[in-house]
Write a protein that binds this ligand. Structure first.
Ligand code: SF4
Length: 344
């Protein structure tokens, strides 16, 4: 049987002369010789055609609270059917899902269960989920399954969300924007050195993605920054992140400041002090962000949503549990201010 008989041709690539191909899915824009893999190790040039090696190989599937993504202004209190395929285009040394995100790189194995988009959507409906989340690993590099599932999910009345490192190209965002309803983008740092050293990537493409999604699409976006002690938690850097979000995205973009717990190759460090999370929260609010949330800080009052105009408690959270939601038709029930989000 031909090597390609059970493989899915990739989306968003072009011939680059002879049998070379150029992948246009993420900002590595790999130029791939015949027989070779892209940087993500899950896309291969076979005889001058680019194929996805992880299409339909689902390695994780769970019904999660949408708050776990985290998305706090998107169908709050709902479940999101969350799936992943092996692989990632980043090499973050602190990755919390490294067993699946780095498997193709570390072992060359791309394991998973073969499922169809229809089966995924059916499982989501049976699980009473209101959306499908493409998460745990980087969804951009299993875009083929995301697109086919996402289009079918929309027909069945479900929303679609990405939890992403934000490294997709503008072409990839345009490819997804008709069926993608929400996204949480990791803005890991405001330092190119940080991205180069700890993630083996670059900062600027992530900033470009955030600006493009904010101004050129209708995709609801929230941002997450994991604060790694001594790496990206200086007052100066936090001010730069907050200023960027306010001026280049929107004051309405929720910013999740997440507490670091040592993981994977980054074990010689301490968890983020709570005082640093509180500092970032204050900086975000002083910069003008309307919604700043601590992550991995159980019991914090700040994980609830308060109206940015009158301060009324609107969504009371206890971890991933919603104790009460007082938003009506996306408006504050005290002062009638519009609360930004998706189906609030
Ligand atoms: S998805 Fe990104 S890393 Fe993978 S082959 Fe394409 S450009 Fe390279």
């Amino acid at each position: 049987m031909a090597e390609t008989a059970n493989l899915k041709e990739a989306v968003l690539w072009e011939s680059a002369g002879g049998k070379k191909v150029r992948c246009k899915l993420c900002n590595f824009r790999c130029l791939i010789d015949e027989g070779n893999l892209g940087h993500c190790c899950v896309r291969k040039n076979i005889d001058g055609v680019l194929y996805s090696l992880n299409y339909d190989k689902v390695c994780a599937a769970n019904a999660d609270p949408i708050e776990k993504k985290p998305l706090f202004h998107f169908q709050p209190g709902s479940s999101s059917f969350s799936i992943a395929c092996i692989g990632c285009n980043f090499r973050c040394s602190f990755c919390q899902n490294w067993q699946i995100s780095q498997a193709a790189l570390e072992s060359g194995r791309i394991d998973g269960t073969s499922v169809t988009p229809q089966q995924i959507v059916t499982a989501a409906i049976h699980g009473r989920c209101k959306s499908i989340a493409y998460t745990y690993t980087e969804p951009t590099i299993f875009m083929e399954l995301c697109a086919e599932t996402g289009r079918f999910a929309k027909q069945k009345g479900l929303a679609n969300i990405f939890v992403s490192n934000g490294y997709m190209t503008i072409e990839a965002i345009d490819f997804a924007k008709d069926w993608l309803d929400g996204i949480n983008v990791d803005l890991k740092s405001f330092s190119d050195d940080y991205y180069r050293t700890l993630c083996k990537a670059r900062l600027q493409p992530v900033l470009d993605t955030i600006k493009y999604i904010a101004h050129q699409t209708n995709i609801w976006m929230e941002i997450t920054t994991l604060l790694v002690p001594g790496q990206n938690d200086s007052e100066d850097e936090l001010k730069k992140v907050a200023h960027f979000l306010v001026t280049q995205a929107s004051p309405d973009v929720p910013w999740h400041i997440s507490r670091f717990i040592p993981q994977y190759k980054y074990l010689d460090a301490h968890p983020t002090p709570i005082s640093t999370i509180e500092l970032a929260e204050r900086i975000g609010k002083e910069a003008g962000l309307h919604y700043v949330y601590p992550g991995n800080v159980p019991g914090s009052k700040s994980e609830s949503t308060f109206c940015h105009n009158c301060g009324k408690l609107l969504i009371e959270r206890r971890g991933y549990h919603i104790a009460q939601n007082l938003i009506k038709d996306s408006r504050c029930t005290s002062c009638n201010t519009l609360i930004p989000g998706y189906q609030l």
